[in-house]
Every structure is written in structure tokens, then in C-alpha cells.
Design a protein around this ligand. Sequence first.
Ligand code: GAP
Length: 539
Amino acid sequence: MQMDSSLYNEVLYLCTMSQTTEKAKQLTGEDKFKNIVSHAKEYGFIFQSSEIYENGLSAVYDYGQYGAELKKNIREYWWRAMVQMHDNIVGIDAAIFMHPTTWKASGHVDAFNDPLIDNRDSKKRYRADVLIEDAMAKIEEKINKEVEKAAKRFGETFDAAMFRSTNARVVEYQNKIDATLSRFKTALENNNMEELKQIIIDMEIACPISGTRNWTDVRQFNLMFSTQLGSVAGESDTIYLRPETAQGIFVNFLNVQKTGRMKIPFGIAQTGKAFRNEIVARQFIFRMREFEQMEMQFFVRPGTENEWYEKWKQTRISWHRTLGFPEAKYRFHDHIKLAHYAKAACDIEFEFPFGFKELEGIHSRSDFDLKQHEQYSGKKLQYFDPELNQSYVPYVIETSIGLDRMFLATMSQAYQIETLEDGSERVVLNLPPFLAPIKAAILPLLNKDGLPEKAAEIVNLLKYDHIVTSEDKDTIGKRYRRQDAIGTPYCITVDHQTLEDNTVTIRERDTMKQERVHINELARIIDERVSMTAALKKL
Ligand code: GAP
């Protein structure tokens, strides 16, 4: 009996995921992160921008030959899931430059700030809110350790909830978190910078570099990059590089609604570059100054926003889970401080090698943006609802994910060091095949006897539908390892038997198993196994 191809892929993927986890050398935290950063450079995924000049521009990165393909495939997975799979979502591509009043209306000129604090000894600058959040997370970690220890001690009879509410040390830690959280929330809501500094002092937070608590005052810093339009510098000519793609959607709301005859509820999706003058830009491509967003604004009837907010939370987590990464790697986190536009907001957090951090935001933005643009432009941005026979400004649910951050999450999960049966190690990128930069490598066993020519024929057969490559240098073993490190799911080996009977071997990246198939079967097999369709059908 022939197994359904999507089922085959799923079974194969799940089997290999568990084998890999068993074999994988357990690299954690900083070490794993360092390995990923150097792997990304060594194998042509990501380079520091303009690196030849004094080590390049900080917090700006270029995608190399494999990085560009992987990024393109992630973008495609998002775009198809949003636009192709929903008949009420359309995609646009708005310009990066927008009329400067856009950013006055959106609130970015006045409120797109980070609270910054400097340590006078190390001269390092930090985000005050991040210092406080990290300090609270450390206390949370202490609680979890206490709970873990107690669970081991008491065995099956252990009641974690009871322990958390009665153990003196845990209760003390929890009280500290609750009290800090409440002060923190109020300080953020009131833009109270003195109070933020006081919390840092009260929590005895020290600079990780100098170890001292010699802090400056906290002050606000606007994150937008500005430039001049035309040749004359002057206040009236100042325009901004967009700090989010969302506003390009809002200002085009009526254009799209009318020309596309869209009926509410409907969505507008867009991917594109955004720019933020991040002061504390660290952690590789996690926080960059130039990055790419994939955003979707979903316009709904007022009063239905809570229902759609919940629905989009589920739809987006399902998009992530369909990649097959462990469920425990994701969690929802409700925002402590709501952005100036938000009525409700949460993040989908991913466990990066440096801990759980925001990967995607889901925001219930009310009618804030459209109303602001109505007010500042003097143009009506309303929808006539034929069912209600009335016009209104729609409410908006936004889903917003950083493409680069998604790239980092994918690389972090895919990167594995396996110990093989013979004791040797191999580095493998365990990417879902539909995301892999190269789908198949065609490898002539030897660089002679007509084998390279036969390999070129196979490249020609497959290249119209897939990115494939051919390599004839080095031993076959070394070439397999190189493709493993790039994440190529299939290596097709051409040997002397190929010349006799037109068969080749296909080696599967994760299991390293090989099967012999006829060349006539190759296109169908590769198509089935690297297709994105199976993933999209699961959404
Ligand atoms: N339109 C809403 C908005 O822009 P955000 O939470 O500021 O919301 C959305 O950004 C997503 O963009 C984040 O979840 C993150 O994935 C990504 N992102 C934000 N700032 C980034 C940066 N400096 N570098 C890389 N990605 C970033």
C-alpha cells in the first residue's frame, strides 16, 4: 500500500525529530547561541553588514546565499498561510517612506520611545524596562528551582500549587515579584522615569559588565530614524524610515476595501523592511536596526474584536506549531504595558538559546489608528456595513512577526550536533524540508567517467521547480556533511550503476538512510517531499 505523501512526510519528520533529539549533543544557552552565530557565517547564511570596514555596522546584517533562500521560504510560508489560504485577506506592498504626518497621527513621533539608563562605570546603555523584567525573571527562575527540588523530594504526592502558596521562601519571592510588577506597571503607564530608576535601585540591579550600581537617570529616547526629503535640510522636509509596516496598511485601508470590494471582516497583509534606532541592539538578528516584518491587519465590526483576537491567537500559534518544533518551545505572554494604541495585546514567545523572548505580537488595536488618520488627514476612513445599514470605523486585530526573529528561531531549533554510531560528530540543520534553502544536492560519486555530465542532466530535470545544486569536489562523505550543515534534505548520488540502469540513490538528511530509485521517479519524489502544501493543509 502506498502511503499518502503528506502523511509520509509527517511520519518521516516526526521519527527523525525524535531520533535527532536522542542523539543530539545537549548544547544549551550561550554555547549554543555562539555556535549558531558562527555557523550562520561559516555556511553563508548571515554576514555582518559591510564587515570589511572596521568589523562592519553594528546591529545590521546581510543575508548570504543560503540565508536569503531560507528567509524567502519563511516569508512564503507566512504569505501563503495568510493570503493564499484566506479568501478574505489580500496582500499589498506599501512604500517605506510615508507622509510625515502619518507618524504624528500614529503616535510614533510623540510616544515611540524606549526608557534608557546608563551605567557610569561601564559606560554601557540599557533599556530600563528590560533590566527590570530580567531581574523579575531571575526571581521566577529561583521559584521554579525550589519547586523542582521539592517535586523530586516528595515524588508523586507532590502538590505544586500547595507548595507555591505555603513554602515561606517561595511566598517571599512571589510577593517580591508581585509588588515589583505592580510598581513597574504603574510607572510605565504614567511614564514615570524616576520611579523606573527607583525600582532598579530597590531591586539592587547591577550592571552585568561593571558589576556596579552606579546608574544615571532614566530618560526617553525616540526610536525613529529621520532623513531629509529633497536637497534642502529643514524641519518641514523631515521624513522617517517607517518603524513598522502597519501604517502603510492603515493609510491604504479604503483604497483596498473599495478596489477589492472587500467585506468586513477582512484582512490586509504585508511584508517589508522596518527601521528602529535600537540603542541596546544585541543578540545577533534578534534585535536589529533594519529588519523585516510580516504584518496583517484584520478589520472587524466593533464589538466582535475580542472574539477575533482569540481566533487570531489560535491561528498564529497553529502556524508556528505546524513547523513541527516542540510545543514547549512556545508560550503566550500578555503585555504588562499596552502600547499607546492597544486594547489587549500578547506575544507569542519562543525559547531562544538565551531564554523565552518575544517572537510575534498579536494586538487588539481598536479603531485607534483609522480614527487618528481620519483626524489628521481630514478624510473619512469608514466602512458602510450593508447588514447593519450603517457606516463605522472598523476595529483592528493585528498580527505582527519579525521575519529575522523567525529566522533565528528556526535556526536555533534546527541546529543540532549529533554523535553518530562510530563516535564521530555531525552538524545538521534539521529544517522542515519546505523551508530548506537547497532542496536537493546532486553529487557525482567521482569527478570522471561521465558521472558529472549525468549529474548535470539531473540538475536540469529538477531546477525548474526547485533550488538544487551540484558538487563534485571532496569525498562523498565530506559533501554529505556540508549539505547536512546547510540543511539540504536530500542528496542524490550518481554512480557507475546510474550509467547502466538510470537509477540513483537518494540519501535522507535526518535518517541518513539511502534508497535507490529510477531517475524518472525523481521529480515526483522530490516534489512530494519538499512541498509546502502538506503544512498549509494542516493549518
Ligand atoms: N505593528 C506592531 C509592531 O510593530 P512590535 O511588537 O513593535 O509591534 C512586531 O514589533 C515584531 O517585529 C516583534 O514581535 C518582533 O518579532 C519584530 N521586531 C521588532 N523590533 C525588532 C528589531 N529591532 N529587530 C528585529 N525584529 C524586531
